[in-house]
Design a protein around this ligand. Structure first.
Ligand SMILES: CCCCCCCC/C=C\CCC/C=C/C(=O)SCCNC(=O)CCNC(=O)[C@H](O)C(C)(C)COP(=O)(O)OP(=O)(O)OC[C@H]1O[C@@H](n2cnc3c(N)ncnc32)[C@H](O)[C@@H]1OP(=O)(O)O
Ligand code: FAD
Length: 627
């Protein structure tokens, strides 16, 4: 069913703005809408789908599930519970659980993070102890810090849950493994015996995702509830290890890739709102004899917003490119070929952080670009920021992931110096690390970003080696150099983002009409030029740019803003967000922002009466000196 029909479904859109609902009412309203929504549109990946169909579905699921000002309590069901069954279950387990999950007969979540551990998966404390006498696992939360904490939908929505727990057999730990656990009775929805459930409380955003906590008191599950694709426990308790213990982490790679496309979508929403508002908002009078101009005609406003359009395109192109890699590596893993997993992991550890860092910052810049009205919740910019900034933390906190990527980059560089060939997205590290003369072309600038990455990686390896020569342990050397390790990862990520955006656009340019090609390539030029100016220090240090070149870059940047201006509104209209999905008083297609601001204001419960009851109860006696 297309979005047109979905959005016309009665009750899907809110009569009372969510802002005026209580925490509990927001959740209940979100469940009501989610049920309506999922009954009509949502669908999940099917293993027989083509890569293109899966990619489109993922993007559509993100776009359509963005219909709420906040995310749905069903979010984890589709984005992690189902992918984990697909990626970690045996054929038999997939057969059984996928049917129930896809039909929404059961609702699941993914419980990995604990009160005491999020990043350090090997530190997770939830226990799954195998009892060969009963062929069961005993799930137990030994201490408060071992309580699962954060999983979306866990508090009151899900009745099943993938629990990542430490497997013990005969007192020996066999690491972290996924277990399918029923947490609530399917009829009464009551928590099962030995299971403690609850909600973790109000948050900056995500306030309808129903993030919860989960504690086990010696809760027993049958042996077949361990998802055993990558490792097995036989009836007698024999542990059969998988080919690579990190295959258990596969869902996280999947979601990190998903997040890159999600950032493209979130940023597109925010810049659509801010840019449309900038087209209707008139303010100030620079020229006395002329009317107040559209604020979109202020070059500072263009500087704030146009990069957001280009960045959304860049994230989308990189996401589609990364999905192709993800699906091909997934097929290789299925046939036991693991050698490309480290590179996929490293790529996801770069692109997820950079896309969330940039998107978060640019969404906030979109809000700030709308002045006072951007501060209204009815503009839906603050909520969009709240959703995006969560992705800085979840699915691998950004610093930690950049350090993971650095691990791969350092290994690749040390190997390269020893003569080992570099491959894939790291092959450029073998390239020339000096820029003879600044080549201000787009390809030349992208090459300069690669040189910056090469130089930052090689220099941080030198720092590490010097620390170790001075007697520091590898771990202490790593920690001491970690600021520059993350900088090296960021430089690599920038080089990937820029070169993939350019190359993916070049591939598509041939089939575009000349006017469309011109506009889209202007955005590529703007993106590359913007980042060269943002990173001008690196360019001066490593890419032999001169002050004259910088002056030229600045002028080119200003000209690009002017060139894009006539198409700016058309570019955000091309994102094709319906008003119901933008959900914003400032971003509606008809541009009636003031009327919508007033309409929304009148929905405030406080406007139901001219005099609030506190006047007679408190104010009047107070003002009469009688309190
Ligand atoms: C409107 C919007 C709607 C749609 C939105 C869609 C998008 C969002 C959808 C859902 C998300 C919201 C809900 C959030 C869920 C979660 O947050 S789930 C929990 C996520 N938690 C994490 O990501 C934890 C992060 N920590 C780690 O990944 C690891 O602990 C580590 C930090 C990477 C490693 O830790 P450690 O220091 O212990 O190192 P090791 O364990 O020894 O591992 C290092 C070696 O292993 C390799 N490795 C590590 N991880 C992976 C992996 N995932 N895949 C492959 N390989 C991996 C690493 O390369 C090292 O290898 P080496 O030893 O050879 O160098
Ligand atoms: C909105 C939201 C939804 C979430 N949903 C889920 C969910 O559905 N399921 C789930 O399992 N989890 C979920 N999470 C939890 C999320 O995965 C964790 O918060 C995340 O992995 C970070 O772990 P942490 O919170 O323990 O932070 P920490 O790891 O404690 O990080 C705190 C600080 O310590 C630093 N740090 C930690 N380790 C290192 C290191 N090795 N080197 C350098 N610095 C380090 C970090 O950089 C950070 O600055 C969610 C979180 C949020 C915010």
């Amino acid at each position: 069913m297309d979005e047109q029909k979905v959005l016309s479904i009665k009750g899907l859109l809110d009569d009372t703005p969510e802002e005026y609902l209580s925490h509990k009412e927001k959740y209940e309203n979100s469940i009501r809408k989610s049920v309506l929504f999922y009954k009509t549109l949502h669908s999940t990946e099917d293993e027989n789908m083509s890569v293109d169909e899966k990619t489109k579905l993922n993007f559509r699921n993100i776009v359509t599930s963005a219909i709420f000002k906040d995310n749905s309590p069903f979010m984890l069901h589709n984005s992690m519970f189902i992918p984990t069954i697909m990626g970690q279950g045996t054929d038999e387990q997939r057969e059984y659980w996928m049917k129930r999950a896809k039909n929404m007969e059961i609702i699941g979540t993914y419980a990995q993070t604990e009160l005491g551990h999020g990043t350090f998966i090997r530190g997770l404390e939830t226990q799954a102890t195998y009892d060969p006498d009963t062929e069961e696992f005993v799930l137990h939360s030994p201490v408060l810090s071992s309580y699962k904490w954060w999983p979306g939908g866990l508090a009151h929505t899900a009745n099943y849950c993938i629990v990542m727990a430490r497997l013990y057999i005969k007192g020996k730990s066999h690491g972290i493994h996924p277990f399918m656990v029923q947490i609530r009775d399917e009829e009464t929805h009551m928590p099962l015996p030995g299971i403690k459930l609850g909600e973790i409380g109000a948050k900056l955003g995500f306030n309808t995702v129903n993030n919860g906590f989960l504690g086990f008191e010696n809760h027993r599950i049958s042996r077949d509830r361990m998802l055993m694709k990558n490792a097995q426990v036989l009836k007698d308790g024999t542990f059969v290890a998988g080919s690579n213990s990190k295959l258990t982490y596969g869902t996280m790679v999947y979601v990190r890739v998903l997040i890159v496309s999600n950032m493209a979508n979130m940023l597109a929403k925010a810049v659509t709102i801010a840019l449309r508002y900038s087209a209707i908002r008139r303010q100030s009078q620079p020229k006395p004899d002329e009317p107040e101009p559209q604020i979109l005609d202020y070059v500072t406003q263009q500087h704030k917003l146009f990069i957001a359009i280009a960045s959304s395109h860049a994230f989308y192109m990189n996401a589609m490119w990364l999905w192709e890699i993800y699906y091909s590596v997934s097929l290789q893993l299925a046939s036991g070929k693991l050698d490309n997993l480290p590179e996929l992991h490293a790529l996801a550890c770069c692109l997820k952080p950079l896309s969330t860092i940039d998107a978060t910052a640019m969404i906030e810049k979109c809000r700030l670009a709308c002045g006072g009205h951007g501060y209204m919740l009815s503009a839906n910019l603050a909520q969009t920021y709240g959703l995006a900034t969560a992705a800085y933390t979840y699915e691998g906190e950004n610093t930690v992931l950049l350090l993971q990527a650095a691990r791969s980059l350092v290994k690749a560089w040390v190997g390269h110096v020893k003569g080992r060939p570099l491959k894939g997205t790291m092959a450029y590290l073998a390239g020339d690390s000096t820029v003879k003369a600044w080549d201000g072309s787009i390809d030349g600038i992208i090459q300069s970003f690669k040189v910056v990455a090469i130089r930052k990686i090689s220099s941080v390896v030198k720092i590490l080696q010097d620390y170790e020569k001075s007697g520091l342990s590898p771990e202490d050397a790593w920690n001491k150099a970690s600021v520059f390790l993350t900088a090296a990862s960021e430089a690599h990520g920038r080089a990937v983002l820029l070169s993939v955006y350019k190359s993916e656009m070049d591939k598509r340019a041939a089939v575009l009409s000349p006017p469309l090609r011109k506009v889209l390539l202007q955005l590529v030029d703007l993106y590359v030029t913007y980042w060269a100016l943002e990173k001008v220090g690196d360019m001066l240090l490593y890419a032999s740019i001169t002050d004259k070149d910088v002056d030229e870059l600045q002028r080119r940047y200003i000209e690009l803003l002017a060139a894009i201006r006539p198409n700016a509104v058309g570019l955000v209209d091309a994102f094709d967000f319906r008003d119901e999905i933008l959900n914003s008083t400032l971003g509606a297609y008809d541009g009636r922002a003031y009327e919508r601001l007033m309409e929304e204001a009148m929905k405030s419960p406080l406007n139901a009466e001219p005099v609030n009851q506190t006047f007679h109860k408190y104010l009047k006696p107070f003002m009469r000196g009688k309190l």
